[in-house]
Design a protein around this ligand. Structure first.
Ligand SMILES: NC(=O)c1ccc[n+]([C@@H]2O[C@H](COP(=O)([O-])OP(=O)(O)OC[C@H]3O[C@@H](n4cnc5c(N)ncnc54)[C@H](OP(=O)(O)O)[C@@H]3O)[C@@H](O)[C@H]2O)c1
Length: 284
């Protein structure tokens, strides 16, 4: 199996570069190897690699900056995805892509299912939804995994932000009215590798799947667990989202129902606390 991986230096991309290495002939490309802003180079890279599977881990993920950079967000999260999907279609390759809980408005009082109507609150969310739609419209074989609150040992993420803030501040203020599941990049990559290892490429149930860690918490709960795991004892004050103004509005409910992925592929990510323990072990 020939696999073309994009965004190989990102959180999920770097975890996938490790997890997919044993599954076949892996061509792992970072932004220097394949800049998704250059649509022609996407087409060329696919024509050259002739992959059976394209895994797109690259994305424009600067959620707040996207409010000012709509075109840049849509270029990577939708136009480039369209080129990847068309390339996959031309070779009858499988496209594996990632999307986000931010396609939802968070008003549902229960975990979101794949059949729930999206209604993004932010430019980033709209750009990711547009990416999902161009894939579906292309007619290529595809698996889109929507995940949430991604973190890992490398990259810019909430875990590192909390550990850095704890070094300089006497007290942390963290939002306690957004609910979701922090999902480790390694858990996502492990599940995707499991899907690919067991997949009959000729019989794929193309579609959208939710894939987040089991359990749920808030950013405040996650921050508290991070500090506990590291043995750092500073107060963490729970605040409302409106007390921490940011450019992009986030959904209050980011919880995803993962039953479809479990039923289809037999994959279920561990509880977010277990994921955090694993990432802490990898870091220290
Ligand atoms: N992070 C989250 O909390 C979260 C939550 C839900 C879903 N997701 C989704 O999960 C997937 C993986 O996210 P992640 O957390 O791994 O993101 P990430 O750490 O920000 O990695 C994204 C990667 O994409 C690369 N990239 C950006 N623009 C590019 C371009 N024009 N050409 C080539 N590469 C480019 C980045 O390279 P540079 O470093 O050079 O910019 C980076 O290596 C994305 O689809 C994201 O939307 C993420």
């Amino acid at each position: 199996m020939r696999i073309l991986l994009t965004g190989s230096k990102g959180q999920v991309g770097s975890a996938l570069a490790q997890a997919l290495a044993g599954l076949g002939e892996l061509s792992a490309l970072d932004r220097q190897g394949l800049d998704l802003l250059d649509v022609q180079s996407i087409t060329n890279a696919i024509a050259k690699a002739k992959p059976d599977v394209i895994v797109n881990a690259a994305a424009y993920t600067a959620v707040d900056r996207a409010e000012q950079e709509e075109d840049a967000a849509f270029a990577v999260n939708s136009r480039a995805v369209d080129a990847l999907a068309r390339g996959a279609k031309s070779l009858d390759a499988l496209l594996i892509h990632f999307s986000t809980d931010y396609v939802f408005d968070g008003e549902k009082p229960a975990p979101y299912m794949e059949t729930d109507a999206p209604n993004p609150l932010s430019v980033y969310g709209r750009s990711k939804l547009a990416g999902e739609r161009v894939i579906a419209a292309s007619g290529c074989r595809h698996l889109i995994f929507r995940t949430s609150w991604v973190y890992g040992p490398a990259g810019r993420n909430f875990l590192h932000a909390i550990l850095a803030a704890a070094k300089t501040k006497p007290e942390l203020r963290v939002v306690n009215d957004q609910h979701g599941a922090p999902t480790s990049s390694a858990a996502i990559a492990g599940a995707v590798a499991q899907v690919l290892a067991n997949l009959d490429l000729s019989r794929i149930a193309s579609g959208l799947y939710h894939l987040s860690a089991a359990g749920e918490t808030t950013w405040h709960g996650f921050a508290t667990a991070i500090l506990e795991a590291k043995g750092i004892k500073i107060p963490v004050r729970a605040i409302r989202s409106d007390e921490y103004p940011v450019a992009a509005q986030r959904p209050k409910n980011s919880r995803l129902d993962n039953a479809k992925a479990a039923a289809t592929f037999g994959i279920a990510l561990p509880d977010w606390r277990e994921g955090l323990a694993g990432v802490m072990r990898a870091m220290y």
